[in-house]
Write a protein that binds this ligand. Sequence first.
Ligand code: G6Q
Length: 542
Amino acid sequence: MTSPSETPAWKALAEHAEQMQRRGLRELFAEDPDRGERLAVDALGLYLDYSKNLVSDETLGLLCELAKSCGLRARTEAMFAGEKINVTEGRAVLHTALRAPRGAVIEVDGENVVPEVHAVLDRMADFAERLRGGAWRGHTGRRIRNVINIGIGGSDLGPVMAYEALRHYADPELHLGFVSNVDGTDFAETIRGLDAEETLFIVCSKTFTTQETLTNARSARAWLLAALGDEAAVAKHFVAVSTNAEEVVGFGIDPANMFGFWDWVGGRYSYDSAVGLSLMVAIGPERFREMLAGFRAMDEHFRSAPFEQNMPVLLALLGIWYTNFFGAETHAVLPYDQYLWRFAAYLQQLDMESNGKRVDLEGRYVDYQTGPIIWGEPGTNGQHAFYQLIHQGTKLIPCDFIGFCQSLNPRGEHHDLLMANFFAQSEALAFGKSEEEVAAEGVASELVSHRSFPGNRPSNTLLAERLTPECLGKLVALYEHKVFVQGTIWNVNSFDQWGVELGKVLARRIAPELSGETEPEPDHDGSTNALIRHYRARRARQ
Ligand code: G6Q
């Protein structure tokens, strides 16, 4: 494919950006009183206001043109149809099949994968019901009260984020925990105070070879056996989520207690597969299915809505506008809902692992910026921390504000206050406060520049009625497809992650140098050698 930067639309956007950089949001709103209503999409129970962006109708037209010239429709269809668009790994990319309805037909290598998807979902539901209802018991006959997911990256961030997001719907009798870090502190703190007789571990690993996860899983088994003293207990206290049956059996987990998924599901796109087993146990199969319906609704919207009305496409194009034509390097995601406190961390992996690439699909080094740095925290906490820089700093940071019309915990005036802040922040970012306005308030002249706000800081606002499982599914699919659209336009493979390999390989080489009896002189670069010597001299041997 031609590089996007060679397309006429890109070139036109570059020229047009010079004009738009001189325009302001105050002016754009003054020129078009309907802008706030017009530049909005109201679909699937989500209201996306994108009017507070530094764009005109011409900008939006050119951006849609860019999407067309980069073959977005064809690539979208190729993904949904199960074509092997993950070319560096020779795999299909079919997270959308995880939420396909029972009767759908989606083929990979001539085989319909949908029946298998539903067979796994049914087995998960059966397991979740037995555990929640008390039919599944621990080795000593006690009811399971603690469920600990052991996984990392895509096998952790999705389940944690979604569990936290949907905690309101979780069975209060069950305690959920998540262990990811190979730092023993993570495991120690997660199991602190738990009774092994009432604890079940879900070892969640697509490959079942991930060092961190297997180290934690072995520690979990040792902890359990130290308490229960019988190998047979493993069968009642461990289940696995994996594509690798051989390794699962090798670990000692009964294959009957393994929940499978497939190589066409990337880790960071997988929490609506068996990877979400911990979530399903927490909220129950019915709520889990509601969440899948939300994903599916967004899939259909993405596939069928015209670009001008298509939420993932619009978010993606606006992101490209700032990344490639305004020099923005980061993007903040600011949910005004405490339950979404892990949402930005989840999106960080989804986006940065997918589009943090500098080589295009043809293997050429790109001559344009790709994936931005994603970050964020829930409002209002962020307001008292980093918003200062967004309002008055020297960097342009586009933001997504996410809020809900109804609180799941209505309490006095809390929600209206939260939402007042939500609306106020995007208003302040967009329109600022000029020096004249500040001076007119009688502020001392030497303070006027300090106290004025430049405005023109763009943001999107997403408003939904209530944070339900279905709504979460829509939100996650919205961002999955946003990332896909951007990856398509940047012509990168959003579905591999070779960048995590080198560090893993080097860690495997260094590990025996730290734990071996002989400890030969380290043979790395001067800095790494010195660090290893320093560590060896000071660490406490167990
Ligand atoms: C995600 C990545 C990565 C992966 C973890 C865990 O897209 O592939 O984050 O999920 O490395 O891998 P396993 O599930 O194989 O343990």
